[in-house]
Design a protein around this ligand. Sequence first.
Ligand code: ADP
Length: 177
Amino acid sequence: MTTERTGVYPGSFDPITTGHIDIITRSRRLMDRLIVGVAVNTGKDPLFSFDERMAMLREELADLPDEPGLARIEVRPIEGLLVTFAKTSGASMIVRGLRAVSDFDYEFQMAGMNARMERDIETVFLMASERHTFIASRLVKEVALLGGNFESFVPKRVGLKLADAVARRQARKASAD
Ligand code: ADP
């Protein structure tokens, strides 16, 4: 029997922000293996394709230090039910970040439903760090699409890709008009 503790941190990561990286960095101290699970279907209209979101995560997370006492990181797709993915991956925890009261309702319901479906898997919440409380992928995209400065919300390489994606989307929109 393995005594290794595995957690899953699921999300859309459209795109990965400094807030996500903060949660990943902090949760690595709590387990041996952290699976960052990328939703294949976001249910939203993603700015980045699944492959782009996976590639950005892998690139950014490869820069994090690899030290004893910190979970090793795997980036994997999640399709279907999160608890099923967690169970088949050998995870005992689901990690989520909480930014504000507005996150609470949804997270509370999800954690409750997931606990009912899989009682062996705990949802663990980390409070957003003060510096990242206001950062949400959805708002970062909105700022970018409206021409605002998004540099401090995302890693540098992601910022360049975001600028490209916005230009692509605007070109597509202009040709459709
Ligand atoms: P979702 O699409 O489900 O909101 P995201 O990909 O945006 O998922 O985020 C995944 C997880 O990361 C969620 O638990 C979300 O609350 C958390 N999160 C997102 N941004 C931040 C942030 N700035 N600080 C802390 N947690 C965050």
